[in-house]
Ligand binder design. Sequence first.
Ligand SMILES: [Zn+2]
Length: 179
Amino acid sequence: MAIQCDNNNDYPDFAQRRQIVLDALEKYSKENTSIVPSGFVDFRLRELYYFVEAIVSHGADLFFKEKEYEEFTHLLRLFIDQKESREQILHVIWQNDDVRLCNKRGRDVTVKYEKEFYQAAAEKGISREDLAISAIIAAAPEKLVLHSPPESSPLKDALQKIFGEKCKVCTGCNICKNS
Ligand SMILES: [Zn+2]
């Protein structure tokens, strides 16, 4: 799926991206006085992408006021809940300076999910972690297991926030030992 920008290949700057996300949030809140996940189907990948890119690159504190961040992660959780899971379990493995994704059989599925975002990554120069979080949301796993995340990791923080109970941090296993 290609990432589209309205303003002809010009990637919006930080303030514009923030506005796009806030507009989407406001629009959704107006249209949905109660929580109706099916109403979220139309939520576009672009806003989602700007959101995850922003929180990983800039940190949630800088991008959102706390309440906005809470609301947005809530919407993102609804989005993931109503999206069909493409993996039962997804293992997120931090290895050297890289992040790999493996499915429940231990097969590396990093490229499978990240390739949807390669074009955007090449055009916009997005970071390794932005690519990973976009891919993880695209996979919408039923469970997420984080192996050997760094102590301070915006990616880990964002995943825990977005996936909530579905996200566990491994306390030590063979995957961790080898990473
Ligand atoms: Zn582990």
